[in-house]
Design a protein around this ligand. Structure first.
Ligand SMILES: *Cc1c(COP(=O)(O)O)cnc(C)c1O
Length: 503
């Protein structure tokens, strides 16, 4: 059955990957016009010769069904959360409720322009104000800026906010520390914000090594950046101690909130010692994302950092008995980091998600996400052991080391073959501390049946012939490009088509 399905997918995909120009046949037409009812005259009589092209444009000649089938088939080559199970660890690829898409496109919201008067924007400002309040509450950090356009942008904004705070206090703190397992954006943001980056070695069990941390703490330490739950899907058990150590030397703790999906309504960064954090609204709060955007990366910080936040912030006042929302800039603001109010389209979806779920629903999201991840982890542990930790949070990092040494089947083979079976691949070879890593995040909306089918598919793959797996995927238009070469030497089919036609 699978082989037939695969062959059919392959044939369809092959068809869809022809260029529309390659499908062209001379004389085919998609439209029929009524006969011309004025005398026909050549263009050369109507326009000066220097305005005329020497050749007619190279347009494909196709029938209407040719065109419709081509683009419809092309559209099905995408894998997305709406079409496939998408266990891409660290990215939190959540289902995006269609109700929120509908509400976010109400005319009163999408037709609003940021240059309209504050009076005309009261509804939108009320939404953004409430979102600030909710994000502050979930973080346990009361001051919120909605401006940053994504998580990495939030990191940089928070670090600039911290730098302004230290500067104001007359302190010269130059170092930002982060553990070995940190997401690459952490050191990148620190470097762009002008800090020196110090990477700490981790413990063998995947947690922060407290002695190593202590050895780097001094009066030059500005911020310690940490993802919690961490990149291995483990809750950093010493986080409160870590925060004490930082605060003792006058430093701040930054929580990378990309993994908030595991702890919503259960614990709060502000309660376990964080001073600043970002959200990835496109991850945790279901903004549709993929292929790089769009995102929203609001930050939440402690009271004493509020004056330095980027402006504008939405504030609420009572004016002659009426509630009024205003845009205000904090007194010592670092300035703007984004035009207008941030990526409002994504912020709106986050707001709608939070309002739909309410406090109890939000907590249930995290409980279900953690349950799903652990269910799948246990179902797979005999074939794909998890080197770090007994119980995980919302994701786990399994290792294909065993199947590699026993059968020669690598994490890459498994990931590539999963595409043939209609699954998006987990994140592979990250974090680096796990050999042959497969980082799986099933999210809370997946059913037990989906998780069972996925686990069965992994087992099926591990019983297939290694040679067959080394050349997978077999059903996609492109199988295994040399990834470095593909990135550096783009072969654009359009160019090839032009070369073939002498253009
Ligand atoms: C996704 C992610 C980021 C970066 O967030 P973007 O919104 O993609 O800029 C940072 N840290 C971690 C742990 C992440 O997973």
């Amino acid at each position: 059955m699978l082989v037939r399905d695969e062959e059919m997918t392959f044939m369809r995909n092959r068809q869809a990957t022809n260029l529309v120009f390659e499908l062209s046949q001379p004389g085919r037409r998609a439209a029929a016009y009524p006969a011309c009812d004025v005398p026909a005259r050549p263009l050369s009589e109507l326009l000066p010769s220097n305005q005329l092209a020497s050749q007619s444009p190279d347009l494909p000649e196709l029938t209407e069904p040719d065109v419709i089938r081509h683009f419809t088939n092309l559209s099905t080559l995408n894998m997305s959360v709406d079409t496939h199970f998408y266990p891409l660890g660290s990215c939190t690829m959540k289902y995006n409720p269609k109700r929120h898409e509908r509400l976010a496109s109400l005319p009163g919201l999408v037709d609003l322009h940021p240059y309209q008067t504050e009076d005309a924007q009261q509804g939108m400002l009320a939404i953004l104000f409430e979102l600030q309040q909710m994000l502050g509450e979930i973080a346990g950090l009361p001051a919120v800026s909605l401006q940053p356009a994504a998580g990495a942008h939030g990191e940089m904004t928070a670090l600039l906010t911290a730098a302004a705070y230290f500067h104001d206090r007359g302190e010269r703190r130059t170092k930002v520390l982060f553990p070995q397992s940190a997401h690459g954006t952490n050191p990148a943001s620190a470097a762009i914000a002008g800090f020196d980056c110090v990477q700490l070695k981790g413990q063998a069990d995947g947690f922060v090594d407290l002695e190593e941390l202590k050895a780097h703490l001094d009066d030059k330490t500005a911020v310690f950046m940490i993802t919690n739950p961490n990149t291995l899907g483990l809750f950093e058990r010493d986080i409160a101690k870590i925060a004490h150590l930082l605060h003792d030397v006058g430093g701040l703790v930054y929580i990378d909130g990309a993994n908030m999906n595991a702890i919503l309504g259960i614990t709060r960064p502000g309660d376990f010692g964080g001073d600043m954090m970002h959200y990835n609204v496109h991850k945790t709060f279901t903004g549709p994302h993929g292929s790089g955007g769009p995102g929203a990366g609001p930050i939440a910080v402690r009271d004493f950092l509020a004056d330095y936040l980027p402006g504008p912030i939405v504030t609420r006042t009572q004016l002659e008995g009426a509630t009024r929302y205003q845009l205000t800039t904090p007194p010592k603001s670092i300035g703007r980091v984004r035009s207008h109010f941030g990526n409002v389209g994504i912020l709106l979806r986050g707001y709608l998600y939070l309002r739909t779920l309410g406090a109890a629903g939000l907590k249930a999201v995290s409980e279900q996400a953690v349950l799903n991840a652990n269910y799948l982890r246990v179902k797979l542990e005999d074939v794909l052991p998890v080197p770090h930790g007994e119980r995980c949070m919302h994701e786990f990092v399994a290792s294909a080391q065993k199947s590699k040494s026993e059968k020669g089947i690598t994490a890459l083979d498994i990931a590539k073959r999963l595409l043939d079976y209609g699954y998006y691949a987990p994140t592979v070879y990250f974090p680096l501390v796990v050999p042959e890593a497969l980082m799986v995040e099933p999210t809370e909306t997946e059913s037990q049946q989906t998780l069972d089918d996925f686990a069965d598919t992994i087992r099926t793959i591990l019983n297939e012939s290694p040679e067959f797996l080394h050349s997978a995927p077999h059903a996609t238009p492109v199988s295994r490009p040399d990834e470095v070469k593909a990135g550096r030497q783009l072969v654009l089919r359009w160019k090839r088509h032009c070369a073939r036609n002498g253009k």
